[in-house]
Design a protein around this ligand. Sequence first.
Ligand code: ZN
Length: 135
Amino acid sequence: MENYLYNCHYCNKEYKPRRRKKQKYCSNSCRTLAFNLKKKSQLSFPININKNNKTSIDKMSVAGIGNAAVGTFAVNTITNWLTRDENKPATKKDIKDIKELVLKRYHEILNMQTDSYGNYPYYDIELRTVVYLKK
Ligand SMILES: [Zn+2]
């Protein structure tokens, strides 16, 4: 018998565990809720970048990545895009995640020419390749 209290990993309430070590939650309902939350948070990240699909990269064509003034524009663009596709507004956390993702993923290459469509070369950190994006 345990003679100390655990904190529920979901509601953070103190409880006396019925089973040694294994128990993380005060009740079955907290266990279920925590499981659902985890499942949901894994599915909720809204950008699903298809690595082989250039269209999806073009779609997020965040004009002027690497430009100091890009932040607001990029966030607005992505917000509109998410709102349209997901039919729900993105949360501030979503926006922050996306902004970081986008701003970190592509880095403009200064010593290469634009492609025949006038897209600018960027180094895609994730794919470790050069991609051409609209500016
Ligand atoms: Zn609980």
